[in-house]
Structure formats: structure tokens, C-alpha cells
Design a protein around this ligand. Structure first.
Ligand code: SF4
Length: 170
């Protein structure tokens, strides 16, 4: 699986966001009609910059592909995530290592399945990233403990812990 190609509002694949090529040296996006979309403004969420918009309203106004590309009156806008360079690197790495990526997907599928279906954790009880992170971490801590108990047994775990001088057991 690779990253989403991001459909546009017209659903015409020839004008999906991935058809717009970024030119880093000029900081512009080249659209399928060969026009350059320039930096327009930063997009913010909760006061933080989350990315940047690129547009070229004048080019879009007279473009023969306008109805296929965008429904917006001012023409097409392309969003660039504030960490887009990193996301692109990850995407390239993923494509290069597709086999490993698929293997990893299989390995993590089982714990997620157990936690969701076996333990009924179909949705989070908390909100906001920090709370959700804590909640999922507790689920995986419980999963890992159960797993190690199944594999080693509590006696063996305690024996190994006692062998370590830095663990105090009461
Ligand atoms: S509508 Fe604008 S962005 Fe879309 S192809 Fe035409 S010029 Fe390019």
C-alpha cells in the first residue's frame, strides 16, 4: 500500500493532487496543464501552521480543463503539508521496501485484531492526541504482558526479573 493520491472534487483522476508536481527550486506546483501554482498562504489549525496553499487563479480562469480540475470559483488549490518533504521520503522508502512493509503489516495486524475484536476496544474512550496515545499505549502494554506471560509464564518472568540486580520485587 502506498500513500493516498487525494481525489479532487471533480473525481477526474487526471487531475488528482498527485498529478501536480512540486518544483522545490522555484517553490511552485506544476499542474497537468503546465501552469505554475504559486504559494498563496499558510493554512493554520489551532494557531499552528499545518501546511501551505498553492494557487494560480488567473490561469485557472481561462483553462480548458477547469471543469475537470476544480469546482472552486477561484480555481484549483493544492495543499502542501508542513512536513511534506518527510512524507515524500517515507513514501519513497515504502515503495523501495514494499516487501518489508507488507511483512510488517502482517505482523502488526494480529495485535490490533486481538485488542479490537478480542478485547472489544473498537473505539477510543478518550479524546485528543495525548490521551489517545496514553490509552493505546496501555492497551499494548496489557497485550505485551499477556503475551510474555503466555510465552514464559509468571514464574519464569519473576525468576528472570530477580536475576536482574536493578529490578526490585516485593
Ligand atoms: S484548472 Fe488551473 S490547476 Fe487545473 S489544470 Fe487548469 S490551470 Fe491547471
Amino acid at each position: 500500500m502506498t500513500k493516498q493520491t487525494h481525489a479532487n472534487t471533480t473525481k477526474d483522476q487526471a487531475f488528482y493532487a498527485d498529478q501536480f508536481k512540486y518544483d522545490k527550486s522555484k517553490n511552485v506546483y506544476l499542474c497537468p496543464a503546465g501552469k505554475e501554482l504559486h504559494y498563496y498562504r499558510a493554512r493554520k489549525k489551532d494557531g499552528k501552521v499545518i501546511g501551505y496553499e498553492y494557487r494560480h487563479p488567473d490561469a485557472c480562469k481561462d483553462c480548458q480543463f477547469k471543469t475537470r480540475c476544480s469546482r472552486a470559483k477561484k480555481g484549483r488549490s493544492i495543499f502542501r503539508h508542513v512536513k511534506q518533504d518527510l512524507l515524500d521520503r517515507i513514501d519513497t522508502q515504502t515503495k523501495k521496501n514494499l516487501k518489508k512493509y507488507k511483512l510488517r503489516q502482517m505482523i502488526v495486524e494480529y495485535p490490533f485484531g486481538t485488542i479490537k475484536r478480542g478485547w472489544g476496544a473498537y473505539y477510543f474512550l478518550t479524546r485528543r492526541k495525548v490521551s489517545v496515545s496514553a490509552e493505546i499505549s496501555l492497551s499494548f502494554l496489557a497485550y505485551n504482558l499477556k503475551r510474555v506471560i503466555n510465552i514464559l509464564g509468571t514464574e519464569e518472568i519473576l525468576r528472570r526479573l530477580r536475576q536482574r540486580g536493578d529490578v526490585v520485587l516485593v
